[in-house]
Design a protein around this ligand. Structure first.
Ligand code: NOJ
Length: 504
């Protein structure tokens, strides 16, 4: 038996330790002004849904001024709100509305790059990473494919972009860059936000000598664009002195929550966790739906010599196929059971709580060249309202409103066996789970089963066949409440895609 203890005693735990954080993708959450795109007033109007879910916090994907080459992750001003989303006053109102409901609010900080339309690119070109010459200075590949260097038409010089060419990388070895981004964190803290999700921080610092990345000799540890996967990104990211950049962010943030988006396996997280509070566990997000693979990803994240459980569990976000498309519609409830019963913070992407699947994406030209529109369709509030309640009847939503099996929030709130009710009841039940996680070694093959604290067992049949359930007392909440009602003993057999949280 391997035992993974929690990091600290409950009394010493900060608010976010076992928090549920709800990710709002602002463009697709709720449109209040009838232009077909979501906005801050719309988010404020829907906060009761987040509160009723039982979440502790909201993470807002970027709402700053942006030409939207990368859905807002191309920021043209760190201390303002894009007019499509509203105003700074609307942001203040939203922060207050969240706090009135007992919800914390996290902003998304994008420190690695700006939009090429950010005034700094012309007024302060020295803040970016440049090279001269007829050819790009090295072989680095951008995250979405293609080379990571583009020529600036005005100066003829090469600038580095770890993502789209519209997103030039800042030079984090410069004190003025660290001070400027740190200042923007303080700007939002002064307005009352409670923390930040830090975008792409494994890309903040690269090799100062700009050496070539060597050819790959094995598949990358996490899925990458095919061109990226031809190289081992040892120089284009994750530089050994990353702590210098992260220290500046920590000093600016004080003790506000910092969640790192570090696209690396858990074993490589420790240098980041010296400065940020937790980091997303991407191995779990990308694990194939198999008990052994999930167990390995959980063990890696809880490993006391590595991430030591300081991970934020996440099974879905705006960058990757939604749960029904990735794990299969039959398994989405089980995925929720797992994500919400692991020790540590859990992130829920808007729509997961009603089982939203991917949609067709944009009807004409895609908004996102990397193909991620399909994961970003408008939230489904009410099947009986125009556009599912996302926007009014006269507007044309920026991405089509799509139906959800089981209905929108309004329909699922009336159905005791809906996915929405499963999320609400699991989030309520997770407050009672004890510390630590111990795998049950005698679970049937294909069943992922673990104990939480002294009293609770979680068992999920991840195989394609019925499997014996562990002997585990009374059901607290099962994925399929109709077949496994709360309070009854755990049945002898779990069907494929079924799981139980039980009390022993
Ligand atoms: C990660 C964000 O989640 C993604 O949407 C974005 O494209 C990249 N970082 C670049 O900012």
């Amino acid at each position: 038996m391997r035992k993974h203890e929690a990091m600290s005693t409950p009394s010493a735990a900060p608010w976010w330790r076992d928090a549920v954080v709800y990710q709002v993708y602002p463009r697709s959450f709720q449109d209040a002004d009838g232009d077909g795109e979501g906005d801050l007033r719309g988010i404020a109007a829907r906060l009761d849904h987040v509160r009723d879910l039982g979440a502790d916090a909201v993470w807002l994907s970027p709402v700053y001024p942006s030409p939207m080459a990368d859905g807002g992750y191309d920021v043209a001003g760190f201390e303002d709100i894009d007019p499509r989303y509203g105003t700074l006053d609307d942001a203040d109102t939203l922060i207050a509305a969240a706090h009135e409901r007992g919800l914390k609010l996290l902003m998304d900080v994008v420190p690695c790059h700006t939009s090429i339309e950010h005034p700094w690119f012309r007024a302060h070109p020295e803040r970016y990473v440049w090279a001269d010459g007829d050819e790009p200075p090295n072989n680095w590949i951008a995250s979405f494919g293609g080379r990571a260097w583009s020529r600036d038409a005005q100066t003829g010089r090469w600038y580095l972009h770890s993502f789209y060419p519209e997103q030039p990388d800042l030079d984090w070895r410069r004190a003025d860059v660290r001070a400027a981004i740190g200042g923007s964190l303080r700007f939002w803290l002064d307005r009352g936000v409670d923390g930040f999700r830090l975008d792409a921080i494994d890309r903040l610092l690269k090799d100062p000598e700009l050496r070539d990345d060597p050819p790959a000799t094995a598949p990358p540890p996490l899925p990458e664009h095919a061109e990226v996967a031809t190289l081992r990104g040892v120089h284009s990211r994750n530089a050994p002195d990353i702590g210098m950049a992260l220290h500046a962010l920590r000093v600016a943030a004080g003790d506000a929550l910092l969640v790192g988006e570090v696209y690396l396996p858990a074993a490589q997280l420790p240098p980041y966790l010296e400065h940020v509070d937790c980091a997303f566990a991407f191995e779990l997000l990308h694990a194939p739906w198999e008990a052994a693979a999930y167990r390995a990803a959980i063990v890696a994240a809880l490993d006391p010599a590595g991430a030591a459980g300081r991970v934020a569990w996440v099974l879905s976000n705006h960058d990757f196929p939604r749960l029904p498309d990735r794990v299969g519609a039959r398994n989405t409830r089980a995925a929720a059971l797992l994500a919400l019963t692991l020790p540590g913070a859990a992130f829920v992407y808007q729509g997961d709580e009603i089982g939203m699947a991917d949609g067709p994406g944009a009807a004409g030209r895609p908004h996102d060249r990397a193909g991620r529109d399909r994961h970003r369709h408008p939230m489904r509030w009410d099947d009986d309202a125009p556009h599912g309640g996302f926007t009014d009847a006269t507007a044309s939503p920026w991405l089509p409103a799509i139906a959800v099996d089981g209905g929108g929030v309004a329909q699922q709130a009336r159905d005791p066996d809906s996915i929405l009710m499963l999320y609400r009841e699991l989030i309520a039940a997770r407050r009672d789970l004890g510390a630590g996680l111990t795998f049950l070694e005698d679970a049937a093959e294909g069943v992922l089963a673990f104990r939480r604290g002294d009293r609770h067992v979680v068992a999920i049949n991840m195989s394609d066949e019925p499997r014996p359930a562990p002997r585990a007392g009374a059901i607290v909440r099962a994925t399929h409440a109709g077949r496994h009602p709360a309070g009854k003993p755990v049945v002898a057999e779990l069907q494929s895609g079924e799981g139980v949280l039980a009390e022993i």
